[in-house]
Design a protein around this ligand. Structure first.
Ligand SMILES: [Zn+2]
Length: 219
């Protein structure tokens, strides 16, 4: 601003109109802009100013931001495992473990419009495949389930007290083989991601560890 005012009069008078772009959130800016606008109008110029929106000062992805992404997930064979294409973007709370750690790391510092291709090793995705999570159970443990089929999933109590999803891998008479590994355990994941939007999460969302509203939890 001061630089403009000190320019030689000859150069200063070349434009026929001024449009001044103002950064938001700068308390010192507004009064000085008003002075400059009044000065330029006094000289007979058409002059107006606009406050730049967030599109011009993009918000970066960091902890406690609500982030919207379009993504496509493929495995190493190039098969699409999951994608937001054709639907709404995925909206998540950054830094709260809502998405796999490797993807959070890759997205930190990015801003709306950024596109990235990222390959994530199993240890930063769904973990290595663990043979210890495979067990053969007797059919009697599934009492109440009418028909057992390969691929069926059940909630089971994990040794740490948490809940775990197990999948039936094999059925051999009364021997039911179940697998507690995540279906994507042991796999390297390839994400193609575009950042759609970033906003501050509100205190309630931060307390809950997930976002609310469109694309988020409703309760
Ligand atoms: Zn909530």
């Amino acid at each position: 601003m001061a630089q403009m005012l000190s320019m030689p009069a000859g150069e200063f008078r070349d434009p026929v109109a001024f449009l001044i772009l103002v950064e938001p959130r700068d308390p010192a800016t507004a009064p000085s802009v008003r002075v400059l606008v009044a000065f330029l109008r006094g000289l007979g110029y058409t002059c107006s100013f606009i406050i730049l929106s967030q599109r011009f000062t993009p918000m970066q992805i960091a902890a406690n931001k609500a982030v919207s992404i379009d993504y496509t997930l493929t495995n190493d064979a190039g098969e699409v495992i999951d994608s937001s294409a054709g639907g709404a973007p995925l909206v998540y709370l950054h830094g709260a473990g809502n998405i796999i750690i490797g993807l959070e790391k890759a997205l930190t510092g990015k801003q709306p419009g950024d596109e990235l291709d990222v390959t994530i090793e199993p240890e930063e995705a769904y973990g290595e495949y663990s043979a210890e999570l495979v067990a053969v159970l007797d059919r009697s443990l599934f009492e109440g389930v009418d028909e057992l089929e390969v691929g069926m999933q059940f909630h089971a109590s994990a040794p740490n007290g948490g809940m775990q999803i197990v999948t039936i891998r094999d059925i051999d008479g009364d021997d039911i083989t179940v697998d507690g590994n995540h279906p994507l355990a042991g796999q390297r994941l390839n994400f193609k991601v575009k950042v759609v939007a970033v906003r501050d999460a509100n205190p309630e969302e931060i307390a809950h560890g997930h976002i609310h509203g469109e694309g988020g939890h409703h309760h």
